[in-house]
Design a protein around this ligand. Structure first.
Ligand SMILES: [Zn+2]
Length: 141
């Protein structure tokens, strides 16, 4: 499942995307997620050539990324914002301004662990390589 480069990753997924901090919600194997976000997933994995669907079930896990709307925000800001929101009464929590948005969806192949990321704001698909897992995250070439 994991090769040497995978083990050398500083981060499980890029902590930044185009200079903006990203908070990943965590991996889930959820076929229902496919229907929530109908991303144009290719039929076979780019990394290993295995089919991305088997007997109607996806062969990948998904992870949603909340991206900051400013390059000035850090992960500490995210946790402070979440803590402040949690202290509010439930019915006004939604009125607090948000600075983090689910804009990225990561997909990890169950066969070779290749990560692809779908940027919903640009509609682009990105296949990650080991340089994307450093502290600077993924930056446009
Ligand atoms: Zn694969």
């Amino acid at each position: 499942m994991s090769d040497l480069l995978t083990m050398l990753h500083d981060h499980d997924l890029p902590p930044k995307w185009d200079d903006r901090a990203v908070v990943w919600e965590g991996w889930e194997y959820a076929p229902s997620g496919v229907f929530i976000c109908p991303a144009p997933k290719p039929d076979v994995c780019e990394g290993c050539g295995m089919p991305t669907m088997e007997r109607g079930f996806p062969c990948w896990s998904t992870n949603k990324g909340l991206r900051a709307d400013s390059t000035r925000l850090t992960l500490d800001d995210f946790h402070a914002e979440e803590a402040a929101r949690a202290r509010l009464p439930w019915r006004v929590q939604g009125k607090m301004p948000r600075h983090w948005w689910i804009e990225l969806h990561a997909f990890r192949c169950h066969h070779c662990s290749l990560d692809s990321v779908w940027d919903t704001t640009s509609g682009g698909w990105w296949t990650l390589d080991h340089t994307d897992y450093g502290d600077d995250g993924s930056v446009a070439p």
